[in-house]
Design a protein around this ligand. Structure first.
Ligand code: ADP
Length: 251
């Protein structure tokens, strides 16, 4: 369970990107965070794994106050939370399997990380993760030889190899064409349903958000203005979230 109590986030320049956020997200939920560009979606998602520190209120994950974590306990906590980015964040000049194996690097003694020595179990786990994502046949292909959709699957496989409880995805389909975007959303849905992994996605395609997520959180200027089932989102609610400025969805 992820719980925000009166959370705020003020950036060092004084800008308050999150204001009085109160939320509870249970294990296994599929949540889409929507709102205009600059509303605070990415900031919200990135506070959960402490990529950004909150500056007010309390944020707990399974009862652990994330602001109290440091050093080893912070690294162990971050392992439970996978992160997926719009830009895939792969090492493009190396093979797919080596990209997935980087999931284990934070755990390795420095010399194994330095020499790139992985145990058999780690290699098997990496191959299994690729198999789960349907791209086992690409294991020894260089990452930059793959399409955008395949690269996002490699990023998902790398995240799965770390056996996460939660996956945070920051605009994961924004740079994909509409057909591939849907395929990647199908992957998220499968991971969520089959593995009971909590998925929280920052997404600007409203139609995809409503179709795939079971719960939608609408953010406007750093505040939650809607939090409820995707099936109950009306045009009026969308107008409120997007202040009537919503561009035509591209998917
Ligand atoms: P979204 O994901 O909804 O587009 P963000 O969470 O990225 O929005 O940003 C929310 C607001 O916080 C924006 O106004 C943005 O300019 C501001 N912001 C983001 N990062 C920083 C930062 N490092 N310093 C100051 N302001 C920031």
């Amino acid at each position: 369970m992820i719980e925000f109590h009166n959370v705020s986030k003020r950036y060092p320049n004084g800008f308050e990107a999150l204001k009085d956020i109160n939320l509870k997200i249970g294990q296994g939920e599929f949540v889409a965070v929507i709102g205009l560009s600059g509303a605070g979606k990415s900031t919200l998602i990135r506070t959960i794994n402490r990529m950004h520190d909150i500056t007010g209120g309390t944020l707990t994950v399974d009862g652990i106050n994330v602001m109290e974590l440091q050093g080893k306990s912070l690294r162990a906590f971050r392992r439970k939370i996978g992160m997926i980015f719009q830009s895939f964040n792969l090492i493009t000049r190396t093979t797919v399997i080596k990209n997935v194996l980087t999931a284990f690097v934070p755990e390795l003694p420095w010399w194994r990380a330095f020499l790139g020595i992985f145990k058999k179990e780690e290699k098997i786990a990496a191959l299994e993760a690729l198999d789960k994502m349907g791209i086992l046949d690409k294991a020894f292909v260089r990452a930059d030889q793959l399409s955008g959709g395949q690269q996002q699957r490699v990023a998902l496989a790398r995240t799965l190899a770390q056996n996460p409880q939660i996956i945070l995805a920051d605009e994961p389909v924004a740079s994909l064409d509409p057909v591939t975007a849907r395929q990647v959303m199908d992957d998220f849905q499968r991971i969520n349903r089959d593995m009971n992994i909590t998925v929280i996605i920052n997404i600007h395609h409203v139609e995809l958000a409503l179709q795939y997520a079971s719960r939608v959180i609408g953010i406007r200027e750093g505040r939650i203005v809607y939090d409820g089932p995707a099936a109950q989102v009306t045009q009026q609610i969308l107008d409120d979230i997007y202040q009537g400025k919503r561009e035509e969805a591209t998917v």
